[in-house]
Design a binder for this molecule. Sequence first.
Ligand SMILES: [Ca+2]
Ligand SMILES: [Ca+2]
Length: 657
Amino acid sequence: MCGVLPWGSRVAAQTYFLNGTAVDAEADCYQLTAAVPTSTGAVWYAEQLDLQAAFDVRFALNFGTLDAGGADGIMFVLQQVGTSALGASGGGLGFLGFGTSFGVEFDTWQNADYGDPVQDHIGCVSDGSVSHTLSTAYSPTVAMSSVGANVEDGQEHLGRITWDPELQEIQVYFDCVLRLTAQVDLIGDVFGGNPSVFWGFTGSTGGAFNVQTVCLQANSLATPESIEVCLGADVVLNAVGEEGSTYAWEPATYLDDPTAQSPLCTPAESMTYTVTYLDACIGLVTDTVEVEVVPLELSWLVSPPFSLTCATPELDLAVVASLGSGVEFTWSATPPGILGGVVGPQAVVDGAGTVTVSATAGGGACSAELTAAVIEDVDAIAVELTASADQIDCDTPEVLLTATPAAPAAVLTWSATTGSFAVLSPTEATLLAGGTVTVTSLNPSNGCTATASLTLPEDFTYPVVDAGSADTLTCREPSRPILGASIGPPGYTAQWEWVWPAGGGALLETTTLTPTAAAPGTYTLTVTFPENGCTGSDSLTVVLDPEAAVDASEAIAPNVFTPDGDDSNAYFMPFLPSDPQFNLLSIIDRYDLVVFNRWGNEVYRTNGLPVRWDGYSGAGDPLAEGTYYYICDLRIVCGGLSQKTLHGAVELFRGAE
Ligand SMILES: [Ca+2]
Ligand SMILES: [Ca+2]
């Protein structure tokens, strides 16, 4: 790629923007700085460069006449800051401080802190940094002049910078000599994927200064070696030659002027032209440029159908045109609201409908259109969640949860608000504590989800049981009530029963919480709550005091009794003087009482059973008042066997009758 310069569209006189100290100079020149300290100037061209295409830009630089006290230099800059971008002065070269940017510096002042060499030099830098030692630098520095000459000589120096997007290569020429080649992924690394950049020049002075000027011919940018146009469109072919050169294009077919520097070509078919002209560096050269006539066609970058799903609620659509540049795109949609984010061949859709993109090129000479339907696929797969019980409790400490998706394709995931939870299989899980379980059903074909949740309470309330207590059994008190048994807490239907080992005791009235223990033993009150299956129990042990003996020798008999009178002395029977109220008969197992009247006649006799005498004869007749004599053999079983024979006289009184 030499003489014929790459630029795909018309190269008219550039619209430009001057900033800082930059001023318009004669012809196509801009004075960036005057010979005064601490100046900064910038010139930016209105038409942005497309870094997807190659460029070859040529310009003339004049660094002024001061060498030792001259500074700071000029930079060729690509940037996305805007047309008012202006950087720092002095060593900053009018570039320091830019955002997304790339620069080729033509530096006439050594700033050691930026890694500048002593001589006038060239280097590639980026991101608004002029340092050659940071990672933002893209090349080592090289002397500007191939012979190491001072460039602040008041002369015009030819500069040329080429960009090859396929090789990702920047090349810098100075005074017709290739001085530097840098590998740079300009679009990807430097400009974040956006290929459109502003371009221009910056310059600065600091404590030292110079008049610094850049000159750019109207057609400093030229067509590439091969370009594409659509049928019916025209294109300017541009060759950059030395001022005053003549140009000869062959063949003349489809050209408006085969002797012009920039003839207008309106090809009806693909053509290869040669052009001969005088190049400022090389002399007389002949170059070729291929003009390929290509029908304008559009294709989707990713083929339809376009489906919006839960996973992709919006789609980035993009079309590719058969022409690489000079194509304008127009997007529309039905309904219009589904379309957004339109940038050139790209757009975003977020709803169902129809999208149409049309393209024109060659100033309307060619057009093409594509239409595609956008459908929505947002159906979730419903899922049902069931549980083997409605709460976690003693009966069901582990509840099985079963998920049933409406379609087998569903991908199920489980979650729970408690850690006491385990997933057994995609469709089954167990819960061991109260909480909420959620199963999510993912439709793998579209990312849509449905959920089902169950909240199960936990009830591990155990019965609080107190079996109560009973007094110690004795032979005199062989049965005792169990008192104080209780069941809690309230709110449950307690099912309870008294149990004791076979042969190990005896309880009476076991349907109450106050039964009577009729034998020593351990009695257990067991309780179950049917509401949750929790059980509890408590036991009491009833003991018999073997020391609580009664000896027959303690027994005495009354000397008077009053049948048919008040109850206190209605019967004749032995008693314990230490406990007159105690029914001594209850522990007498053999009782032989014989009663005689005063004449020695037997009037009453027991048959061995402990019965109280009521003052009646053995024949059932009431005996008369008076003195009676008795002999009573009694045997007591209480803490052992003991016997006693009582005998004596007893007065029988009757009441007032
Ligand atoms: Ca410098
Ligand atoms: Ca110098």
